[in-house]
Design a protein around this ligand. Sequence first.
Ligand SMILES: Cc1cc2nc3c(=O)[nH]c(=O)nc-3n(C[C@H](O)[C@H](O)[C@H](O)COP(=O)(O)OP(=O)(O)OC[C@H]3O[C@@H](n4cnc5c(N)ncnc54)[C@H](O)[C@@H]3O)c2cc1C
Length: 449
Amino acid sequence: MKQALGPGEWRNWAGTATATAARRPQPRSEAEISAAVKDAAAAGLRVRALGSGHSFTPAAATSGVALDLSLWTGVTAADTRTGLVTVRSGTTLRALNAALAELGLALVNLGDIDAQTIAGALATGTHGTGARLGGLATQVEALDLVLADGSLVGCSASARPELFAAARVGLGALGVLTAVTLRCVPSFTLAADERPMPVERVIEEFGALAAANDHFEFYWFPYGRQALVKRNNRVPPGRPAAAPAGRAAAPMPGWRRFWEFEVMENAAFGTLCRVGRTAPRLIPALNRLSSAALSARSYTDASYRVFVTPRRVHFVESEYAVPRESLPGVLAELRRAVPRLDDPVMFPVEVRVAAADDIWLSTAYGRDTAYIAIHQYTGLPYQAYFDLFESVVAPVAGRPHWGKLHSLDAGRLGPLYPRFEDFRRVRAEVDPEDRFGNAYLGRVFGPAG
Ligand SMILES: Cc1cc2nc3c(=O)[nH]c(=O)nc-3n(C[C@H](O)[C@H](O)[C@H](O)COP(=O)(O)OP(=O)(O)OC[C@H]3O[C@@H](n4cnc5c(N)ncnc54)[C@H](O)[C@@H]3O)c2cc1C
């Protein structure tokens, strides 16, 4: 059972990071954010902005000043003609999606939950799936930040372009984001099709499947022979979506949404996980059971209601971005090695895709990417599994998600990112005293100055 947190105490969603801050101000304006940074400097304290705590890494942890931006929310400007929308940095994706829907707009691509703040999600390179689409940071047009000296600056492709290239996926290392301007698209509907397929076939046809669908991903339960393939495709405005069986697909009725997402994917799966944790030797059989129980479903809904699903069963996760063509080899190696682990794995592997982008620390920088995410149920041993995974993705230049568990440091990350040294240079320029540093940033970037 979770313990209540004391004053200044902070714990992330997965319970993999905790910290106790000296101060936890809740600014309500840019001036208050700036004042909090200046006050911290005067007191010799470091500063980290808090998002929703959904990173598995201790990216937000600090014993200095934890800036709680939960009162710094809302859309401040929107142009429905251009799709440009400016939002305060503490706004959650859930609130943002709702506000955009009211305006007849939407984000072109999203990850699979909406609990994160927009700034927290950007900071670690949060992404969804889509062979022709990038992660959230590729949807950013401009940013406002409070720098280490307390000044408020704006950046975009034309104003301070280097700061913009660095800060879109910046791990909060360059300053406190105060506002984000996003390029949104008109609201759209997605037709979702989810069905089991033999995992060998999915791997064989991976390139074609990724290319043929707007948003393609699959889950594979280690030990199972079936993968659950998810294809989400845009429905052209005014045209009803046809379900593969020939019936018109429709939004899932509320009761069925509750049954499928809450009962089957969360409550029932949570029960299986608890059984597995009590009797780990049953896990391969439970895993095969989950795999065999996969069933097909098709529905259509507003894009953000299809992208996002509730995740109530807690887990730990590591995710690596690999060049897309190396995915089959990585999965073949995992399929061979995972059954030999001493501690069995309870959670599925998730595979997604993204297009190459030019954001310095984006995990998809300069290459069309496949993402492989591995998970383990909370409370079950995971270290050997995660170490094995790192050894499999290292030879193909795998880049870890900045918000998910990994063991890489600056020495190993530098060669993976052609603009790593540029990032460190910009960081040294805007934060020479390491005001926004913490232990995690020290590991992945080295000292700031
Ligand atoms: C259940 C679950 C599902 C997930 N699904 C996905 C997914 O589909 N795709 C994906 O890519 N990732 C996913 N993630 C990872 C998640 O999106 C990232 O870890 C994200 O960074 C979390 O956002 P947050 O608001 O919780 O930020 P936090 O974890 O609280 O903070 C992340 C970083 O952002 C910094 N930060 C926060 N606010 C600011 C600010 N205003 N200015 C500067 N820096 C700031 C923090 O200091 C920290 O360094 C998932 C995580 C969980 C737990």
